[in-house]
Design a protein around this ligand. Structure first.
Ligand SMILES: [Mg+2]
Length: 224
């Protein structure tokens, strides 16, 4: 018998990852706005400030481009224009399932209702789920950005629990981020299976389960 009546998953970095060639995408941004390229994708990601702000996605990316532009002495460019171009050339359908994801979803379905609690907005996340042909498998999908509050806030979890009609302690959350997934689920009272990056340590966080692969989920659900 499983200790859980339902399983909720994070999406990005848990069930799927991006497969778009980031170098080509970055070059396409500058081509689109007719500017000489500067920087590199990794430099831009590092220049982004904190967690994604899905309420102001362009502003969030634009601030990153502005920092990069200053660093490269290119304050002549419009960072918001670059940010808009990035969202245009970014292909949300360029995604792939992470190893063990489909198995994990299947064992969760055998266990009971299954859902997704993601911070991204519907317009960016739904194409991923559709491309991966996962949408129909979920009983509930909650997009934090569209609700105005995001993980680690409890709102998205509370909404999913209400949809499922289940108490928090009977629902397992599976996610790859300590700051958003483990902290968020714990804030809302859900036990968590943390999908750990090999280099990462839990530090002050205390996930109930630590897994290296989604294939381990069936063991937690007692479906050997
Ligand atoms: Mg994630």
């Amino acid at each position: 018998m499983s200790d859980f009546d339902a399983v909720l998953f994070d999406l990005d970095g848990t069930l799927c990852r991006r497969t778009q060639d980031t170098g080509a995408m970055y070059a396409a941004v500058f081509e689109r706005v007719g500017e000489e390229p500067f920087g590199a994708p990794a430099e831009l990601w590092a220049a982004l400030d904190g967690p994604p702000d899905h309420d102001d996605w362009i502003g969030y990316l634009g601030a990153g481009f502005a920092r990069l532009a200053a660093r490269h002495g290119r304050t002549d460019v419009d960072p918001l224009e670059l940010a808009e171009a990035l969202t245009t050339v970014s292909d949300e359908t360029a995604v792939g399932l992470l190893p063990g994801a489909r198995e994990a979803i299947d064992s969760a379905i055998e266990n009971g209702p299954v859902g997704v609690v993601t911070n991204g907005p519907h317009r960016r996340q739904q194409p991923k789920l559709d491309t991966l042909e996962l949408t129909h498998l979920f009983d509930v999908i909650v997009y934090g950005a569209d609700r105005g509050r995001q993980k680690p806030h409890t709102d998205a979890f509370d909404h999913a629990l209400a949809e499922l009609g289940l108490p928090a302690d009977r629902v397992l959350y599976v996610g790859n981020s300590l700051e958003y997934d483990v902290a968020g689920a714990h804030n809302a009272g859900l036990p968590v299976a943390w999908l750990r990056d090999p280099d990462e340590e839990p530090g002050a966080y205390s996930p109930e389960y630590v897994i290296e692969s989604l294939a381990e989920l069936s063991g937690i659900l007692g479906d050997e």
